[in-house]
Each structure stands twice: as C-alpha cells, then as structure tokens.
Design a protein around this ligand. Structure first.
Ligand SMILES: N[C@@H](CCC(=O)N[C@@H](CS)C(=O)NCC(=O)O)C(=O)O
Length: 221
C-alpha cells in the first residue's frame, strides 16, 4: 500500500494528482504545515528534510516530487505517464527539474520571506526582490509552455500535474494583481482543473481554483 504525506495545496498536490491519474490504491496522511507538523519527531523520522511530499512504499520512504512522479509513472506501466526513453524522456525530466528547482524556489521569497531575512525591513526587501524574479520566472515559464496544450506539446504527462501546482500558486491572494499577463499558464490551468485526477486531488485537499487577477492594481489616488 502507498501512503502519501501531503499538505493541502502544497507541491505535494502534484504527487497526489499523479496517484489519481495512475489509478493506484493509496492513502493520504496530512502533514499540516500551518501547525509545523513537518517538524514533529514522528515525521522527521520519516523525512529528516521536514518537507512534503513523501511517499511511503512498503515501509520505505521516497521524497522529492521528481522521484515520486517517476516512480508513479513506472507503477502505471499500462499508460505512458512519462516518456520512456531518448530525447522525449530527457525533455520530460528537463521540465520536472526546472519546476522543482527554478520555479518552486522562485515563490519562496514571497511565501516565506521570514526564512530569508530576520528583520521586518529585510523581509520586505526580500519579498520585493523576489517578486521581480518570480515575474521573470513565470513569464519564461508561460513562454516555454506556449499553446501546449501540455508541457510536452500534444502529449499529456505527469509534468503537467507538477506544472499545475504553480498555475495554482500564481493565483494565491498574496500575489493578486502583482503578476503580469500569463495567458498560456492561465489557459493551461483552466484545462487542467477540469481533469478528473486534478479535480479529485483538489477536492480531497479542500482546494479551490481561484480566478486569476493579473493586471497590476491601479492606485486610487
Ligand atoms: N524539492 C522538493 C521540495 C519540497 C518542499 O519544499 N515542500 C514544501 C511544501 S511545497 C514543504 O514541505 N515546506 C515545508 C517547510 O518549508 O517547512 C520537492 O519537490 O518535493
């Protein structure tokens, strides 16, 4: 039996939706990041890095979305959830690595400025510098996705479930009105949220798909 350790709306949603997409039997256990549950002794015994997702597989723990998605694709061998070889496989891992490193990390200064600076002013500076970097990263991501309709072009893959997480994050209230136009990412998100695997994982996590508010807010003055 597989057990996914997750937090609602976190990057663990990619692995959660992938388990649904693959039609595997699994259970979930909440690691409530709002209550710092990732730091509990019990959870750090499983994952010393104190992060979600973690997937328990017959008593072993696998961490990192990239590894978990790759494992899930192999478990669902009857459908190609990730390309199997050659340049197509490399392209898929190019996407996964990009999302896991450059894109995920670009949100951190906005979501967790307190991890990057101690003083209030320092955190304001980190968030402002981080916002400019996030705008650039998302603009590049939007261009790379293009009309898609999927990350790999016409073929759906688990890369799309990971990419969806960042389409979702781009709609968080803290970013409202702060991001430039992301037409491809928005259209992609609208398509993906209708996918049964995404809908099921979102519903289980109690997540909602918010309308995009991209244009910079105009000052009332
Ligand atoms: N590279 C890891 C990143 C995992 C990660 O940073 N997860 C966040 C949630 S999106 C987390 O657990 N944060 C807890 C914390 O920072 O204390 C992956 O993709 O699995």
């Amino acid at each position: 039996m597989l057990k996914l350790y997750y937090n609602p709306g976190s990057c663990s949603l990619a692995s959660h939706a992938a388990l649904e997409e693959a039609g595997l039997d699994y259970e979930v256990e909440l690691v409530d990041l709002t209550k710092d549950a990732q730091y509990s002794v019990e959870y750090r015994d499983k994952n010393p890095w104190a992060r979600v997702p973690a997937l328990q597989i017959d008593g072993q723990i696998l961490t990192e979305n990239v590894a978990i998605l790759s494992y899930i694709a192999d478990c669902a061998s009857q459908t190609d959830l990730l390309p199997l070889q050659g340049l197509e496989k490399a392209r898929a891992f190019e996407w996964l690595a990009l999302l896991s490193s450059s894109v995920h990390v670009a949100f951190r200064p906005i979501f967790r400025p307190n991890r990057l600076a101690q003083t209030e002013q320092g955190q304001v500076d980190v968030a402002a510098t981080g916002l400019a970097a996030l705008q650039r990263a998302l603009a590049l991501l939007d261009r790379k996705l293009g009309d898609g309709p999927y990350a790999l072009g016409n073929q759906f893959s688990l890369c799309d479930l990971y990419l969806f997480v960042f389409a979702l994050w781009s709609r968080r209230p803290v970013l409202e009105g702060k991001l430039g136009a992301l037409p491809h990412l928005d259209a992609f998100g609208e398509r993906m949220v209708k996918r049964p695997s995404v809908g099921a994982a979102m519903a289980q996590e109690g997540m909602v798909w918010l309308p995009a508010s991209r244009a910079p807010r105009r000052s009332k003055a």
